[in-house]
Design a protein around this ligand. Structure first.
Ligand code: SF4
Length: 397
């Protein structure tokens, strides 16, 4: 690499807000110390015998020694999920309004070096797409843009949110990380939840995977959830792209990161996503490494047992049978009627797809699958209301 152009991933770029938080150092130190091979079946049994799963127990549950214990872990996770979420499973769908990206993440088909079909929806097209999605009965939407401040600026996203407010009671964002004041602005425009995935918590691997663009800056991404909460967002989601690096360490770091944020912001709704690396455009030989379904299930169960009140979303990257099995056991939220092209709900998708989905079922089909498992599909478990003073307040419905 040309040292003249070298960008240190630990140094903030101009304009990136640095907050004073010890959480990143705590997570990186604990993750470096985590040696999952030192945990045995006895540690796993001892963890499962406890009423409350502590950090050491969580380490044991994520270790290879816990793989033969998936059944008792699943039984305990089902109890915890039922205790904290009843029999409800929340439904949502993602809408990509753009797929421009300024980053070069070598594992992603949307990266700025890939010659894919880029697009950005107009406000009219966004309205059309959102109206079509709302007709399916969904009230919870996730808006995604790819990560280009230039092509999908904060104002553009804000205008899209104002339209989304007409149709949806909960609006989440999966966009490039922002500064606190920008999160505050988008919260005022209607967003209440922010998803930012660290991909890997190994800074060395992170640097190797993120060759250029703002995403290369590890701490700015790491602290995004805190900035979002400081900006007034109701909740935040965490995730590592399992298979990109050592998935046990990445899952451990993800859970610890989420738990430290929860301790610091007790009012925040915390959620996990558990994406596995998928084949992608122009690099089909890159497949998920050692994270097969049993390992993925182990991670989801460990999250549930460590943070029993945290939401867990199961992605359409997974096949329908797996998704249906984990709802009610660990997962509390499931996507349906998914298009991962730009648009694609009312009109044909304008841009290429970021990854292949494994579960193409419609909202009606996923609704039926949830009911077939004796669970209750929930379309709206959260509402925005405005109090008489004009302050925005949040109320669970
Ligand atoms: S993972 Fe996200 S930031 Fe990276 S190239 Fe893909 S869309 Fe861009």
């Amino acid at each position: 690499m040309n040292t003249n152009t070298y960008i240190d991933p630990m140094i903030y770029m101009e304009g990136m807000e640095a907050i004073d938080s010890p959480i990143m150092d705590q997570v990186l130190a604990a993750t470096a110390d985590y040696d999952y091979d030192r945990y045995t079946a006895a540690h796993v049994r001892a963890a499962l015998a406890k009423d409350t799963i502590g950090l050491e127990d969580y380490k044991a549950l994520l270790s290879p020694a816990a793989l033969p214990f998936l059944e008792p872990m699943a039984a305990r996770a089902t109890q915890e999920t039922r205790r904290h979420f009843g029999n409800s499973v929340a439904l949502f769908t993602p809408l990509y309004i753009a797929n421009y990206c300024e980053n070069n993440c070598i594992y992603c088909g949307f990266n700025c070096k890939n010659k894919i079909h880029r697009a950005r929806l107009t406000m009219e097209e966004i309205d059309c797409e959102l109206a079509a999605i709302a007709k399916t009965g969904l009230k919870d939407i996730l808006i995604l843009t790819g990560e280009s401040r230039h092509m999908s600026d904060v104002e553009y996203i804000g205008e899209a949110l104002k339209i989304a407010q007409k149709y949806f009671t909960s609006i989440s964002l999966e966009i490039y990380p922002l500064n606190t004041d920008e999160y505050r602005y988008l919260h005022q425009c209607g967003a209440d939840f922010v998803c930012v995935y660290q991909e890997t918590y190994n800074p060395v691997k992170y640097e190797q995977m993120h060759l250029s663009g703002p995403k290369r800056i590890f701490p700015y991404r790491f602290n995004a959830q805190e900035r979002a909460l400081m900006g007034g967002m109701r909740g935040v989601a965490f995730g590592a792209l399992l298979g990109l690096d050592d998935f046990r360490k990445d899952a451990f770091a993800t859970g610890l990161h989420a738990s430290l944020i929860q301790q610091k912001y007790p009012h925040a709704e915390i959620s996990f996503s558990t994406p596995r690396l998928r084949p992608y455009i122009n690099n089909e030989e890159n497949n998920p490494k050692d994270v097969h379904e049993p390992q993925l299930l182990q991670v989801m169960l460990a999250y549930r047992l460590f943070l029993p009140y945290a939401g867990i979303t199961i992605s359409t990257r997974e096949r329908a049978g797996f998704r249906d099995n984990v709802i009610g056991m660990a997962a509390t939220k499931i996507s349906a009627g998914v298009s991962v092209g730009v648009g694609g709900h009312e009109e044909e998708a304008k841009g290429d797809e970021q990854f292949e989905i494994s579960d193409p079922r419609s909202v009606t089909e996923v609704d039926a699958a949830i009911r077939a498992h004796g669970l209750q599909p929930v379309y709206s478990d959260y509402l925005w209301t405005e109090n008489i003073d004009g302050d925005l307040r949040n109320h669970a419905s």
